[in-house]
Design a protein around this ligand. Structure first.
Ligand code: NAD
Ligand code: UD1
Length: 335
């Protein structure tokens, strides 16, 4: 299949490209490299031993995107491109609405113009808002607590309206839980700019000695040990979920959301323990105030993806930590 991947040089996109190439798909990657490096594209080729077509382009650029659609006989799109930092989205909301919402609308218009109506969209568990009623099911009411989350919710709504207007569209809304880990080769991984916001990259940088200690945001939550509980999912398992979602689009299923998570919750202390075991390094930490906007517990009910997509997570928390550590060790200065 000939697939356009927006944001394919990024963390989840690059891992998905490798899995797609392993199954002999033809890829056209569009990325403006605003949060990634060209090196990731080289490494996708190195791991897979296959060529990809890369355009250093912004999805907001209609002229270039039109040419890309004209030049390539695109059959489906996987749309990763977007900005993803929650804190930053509160500081520069207009940039987030422009990049995520306007960028997506322009992409969907271009798809419509070129009659490409198969789409896999990167949504997020953030669309369940402050709901603490675990496990999260796809039919739960949706809400958002910050501009980033609202962009995901808006794009989901836009896609539901688009499908209602034209049933030829086939759309998967993949609600990722907490993607962590890296490619087992140590060649691809998460490459955050500056000090990481998320738990696993922060722990990895403490382990490698770049950061002094982890700050645990609260130990007074109503959870097993008081620290926040999340559904961590290995990025390679997540990448494989995209292949299953694409297969489903070919069968025709309308516009469907799917939770991509393991269905299990782990606390911050459990992640630290697993990371220490995987890396043989001590992770110093201190307990600090809760982080605004955090919920106590979030984990998926993945039964819809398990049954309809025939997809299930395979990798354990220990493997996630081992691969994150392997990536961090091999790339101490990022890509
Ligand atoms: P990432 O930042 O590593 O990848 C996004 C890629 O999109 C980057 O390579 C960036 O350069 C590119 N990009 C951004 N704006 C663009 C534009 N206007 N035109 C072209 N390229 C553009 O992020 P990621 O972690 O790989 O996330 C991928 C998608 O999954 C995002 O939409 C994100 O919101 C969503 N998501 C991520 C997580 C997570 O924890 N990483 C969780 C839920 C959902
Ligand atoms: C965060 C975002 C969410 C986004 C997701 C993936 C917020 C409020 N939520 O989710 O919208 O979809 O990332 O990008 O930012 N923790 C610490 N210390 C740290 C970092 C995290 O104790 O330095 C704790 C958090 O309180 C949480 C857990 O670790 O309990 C996981 O945090 P994180 O990796 O940031 O993911 P989420 O908060 O689930």
């Amino acid at each position: 299949m000939k697939i356009l991947i927006t944001g394919g040089a990024g963390y989840i996109g690059s891992h998905t490209c490798v899995e797609l190439l392993n199954k002999n798909n033809e890829l056209i990657i569009v990325d403006n490299l605003s949060n990634s490096k060209y090196e990731a594209i080289k490494r996708i080729k190195q791991i897979s031993g296959k060529e990809v077509k890369f355009y250093h382009t912004d999805i907001l650029n209609e002229i270039e995107m039109d040419i890309i659609f004209q030049e390539n006989n695109i059959e489906a799109v996987i749309h990763f491109a977007g900005s993803k930092a929650v804190g930053e989205s509160c500081q520069i909301p207009l940039e987030y609405y422009k990049n995520n919402v306007t960028g997506s609308i322009k992409l969907f218009q271009m798809m419509q113009k070129h009659n490409v109506k198969k789409l896999v969209f990167s949504s997020s568990a953030t669309v369940y808002g402050l709901n603490d009623n675990v496990p999260f099911k796809e039919e739960f009411p949706l809400s958002a607590t910050n501009p980033y989350g609202r962009t995901k919710l808006m794009i989901e709504e836009i896609l539901r309206d688009l499908y209602s207007s034209d049933n030829f569209w086939q759309i998967s809304l993949l609600r990722y839980f907490n993607p962590v880990g890296a490619h087992p080769s140590g060649l691809l991984g998460e490459d955050p700019q500056g000090i990481p916001n998320n738990l696993m990259p922060f722990i990895s940088q403490v382990a490698v000695g770049k950061l002094e200690k982890l700050r645990i945001f609260g130990n007074d939550y109503p959870t097993k040990d008081g620290t926040g509980v999340r559904d961590y999912i290995h990025v390679v398992d997540l990448a494989k979920g995209h292949l299953k979602a694409l297969e489903k689009l070919r069968e025709g299923h309308g516009c469907q959301p799917y939770n991509l998570g393991s269905g299990e919750g782990n606390s911050v202390l459990e992640v630290i323990q697993a990371f220490e075991e995987a890396s043989n390094k001590k992770i110093p930490y201190e307990i600090v105030e809760r982080r605004a906007g955090d919920i106590a517990t979030s984990f998926a009910d993945p039964s819809k993806a398990n049954s309809k997509l025939e997809w299930k997570t395979k990798k354990t928390l220990l493997e996630m930590c081992a691969d994150s550590w392997n990536w961090q060790r091999k790339n101490p200065k990022r890509y």
